[in-house]
Design a protein around this ligand. Sequence first.
Ligand SMILES: [Mg+2]
Length: 429
Amino acid sequence: MVARPCAWSVYRNRAPRRRQLFRAKRAMGACRGNGWRVAMPANYNGPRQPGTPLFPPARAMKITDVEALHLRIPGVEEIADGTQDVLIVRVHTDSGLVGIGEVSSQSYVCKAIIEAPRSAERRHGLREIVVGQPAEDIDALWQRMYLHTNRYGRRGAAIHAISGVDLALWDLRGKALGQPVYQLWGARDPAPIRAYASYLFGDTPDETLRLAREARELGLTAVKFGWGPFGADADVDRDHVAAARRGVGDDCELMVDAGCKWDAPTALERARLLAPFRLAWLEEPLSQDDLKGYGELCPQSPLPIAAGEGEVTRYGFAELIERGVHVLQPDVAICGGLSVCREVSQMCRAAGRRAVPHCFSTGVNLAASLHWMAATGGDLVEYCLRPSPLLRKLVSNLPPLVAGRVSVPRGPGLGIELDDAVIEQYRVR
Ligand SMILES: [Mg+2]
């Protein structure tokens, strides 16, 4: 004789099926309040209950492949120009949607990190780690990549490569929901973001003056100078910064990048010397690993100190905040992606610091940085002016610089389109 189930177990077994049916009908566009006949808005997902998936069943996506496309212009030079080669990441899903990301690092190494086969525990390639996984829970996927690359990762190139996948996952989520990334993070109708451009100091102060005037003619209201002859001699440094200030005028934010040239005592002397020029920040005065030096310099410096363009993970940025760094500069294509940038913005808000993107590669990086700033109340983005086709042409709808500001892309996801002809022309095979 078969025992009859009690009333509670019948309810318990049937209720999930009713909920599934409701969600399936809702995903097809039906609405209970009108006898399931009236179509609901295409983007409406209903109130999300704890424990339910982010997407209704009809939109759930599984990752089917991760492509790493290495693009490189001919004649790459050993100069501080990240637009000469790039690793583009494309995450494919069984829904047909494809997410786009970018890695700004050693492209050959990061391509290998993505494509490496399964190995012993915690030393797999990223493609092996994410293929077959649902695409919607980005935080879970980030933690999965971080954990399963643990033996060779945690910092450096493995996190750079994770950045590319993370950007592609955010692009995918936006495309699946028909919303730009900034909207996924709660922002609506963002105003164009103010931009700054980076220039090398001229060989002479007169050349620096000319470059500074050129920057203002572009409509920029924030300009950064760095590298070149700067850093070796205090008088030369003061003359160049004086020329830059004269060229951009008093109503322009002026920043200086010291290129990691000093120790903490020298940096403090220079900060005091340059204080009359009212720099918005003095960038990377010390080695990226001189955390003790940052801890000594930051509380005493009369100028805000900026750092972090090469830093990765929330742990690295938490350390910089702890040492007193005033302006944090994550690069979305280096630090671990938009997921890490959002955390850094939250930490900066809590600690009274400023987050400003480092962005010196392609339009993928620029678009992601714009979404990040738009959604977190950021007020500045770096706008690269290099002539490389990987910057100017790879993203066919590259947001232009207009009157010193850049509009945030409005399309779903990152809101960008890649030019297939540019990919074919510069792809390394
Ligand atoms: Mg820099």
